[in-house]
Design a protein around this ligand. Structure first.
Ligand SMILES: [Zn+2]
Length: 150
């Protein structure tokens, strides 16, 4: 089960939805979220932080390693901020912050087609999903890229 939690970034101008896969890590694992504005003043520490397209997430790695017991062995061994992020132990709910909101809006427009033209609706839906991933990949979001083994 994935529960969603809301977090405010350090400067308070952005609120993001965070997912914690299987609730293995508690919300306290996430020490801070820095949006593209407030991440500029952050001294990046690769031991506790992961970057995603201008955003930075900072984890409490001590808590994470204590609770990593619930993870598969290969994850426990490679536990790192990247792994926590890429494997959704504590990460954006979808691909990027705000994705679930934009995604619903965009999908609603296509959904309206379903009643009028079901065939076109299906092809538009497919095209939308593909184009969207491609766009996000080009923007540089970590989760839009094929998973890189860390
Ligand atoms: Zn901020």
């Amino acid at each position: 089960m994935c529960m969603d939690h809301s977090f405010k970034c350090n400067c308070g101008s952005e609120e993001v939805s965070i997912t914690l896969k299987n609730e293995i890590l508690p919300p306290e694992t996430l020490l801070a979220v820095y949006c593209p504005k407030c991440s500029k003043g952050v001294d990046f520490n690769p031991a506790t932080m992961v970057r995603d397209n201008g955003w930075i997430l900072e984890y409490e790695m001590e808590v994470a390693s204590l609770l990593a017991a619930g993870m598969p062995t290969e994850h426990k061994r490679k536990l790192s901020p990247e792994l926590i992020f890429d494997e959704d132990y504590c990460s954006w709910r979808v691909v990027y912050p705000g994705d679930h909101i934009d995604s619903i809006k965009e999908r609603e427009q296509i959904l309206a087609l379903a009643k009028v033209d079901p065939k076109r609706y299906l092809s538009e839906m497919k095209a939308w999903a593909n184009n969207r991933m491609e766009k996000l990949r080009q923007e540089g979001w970590r989760k839009a890229n094929d998973r890189v083994t860390v």
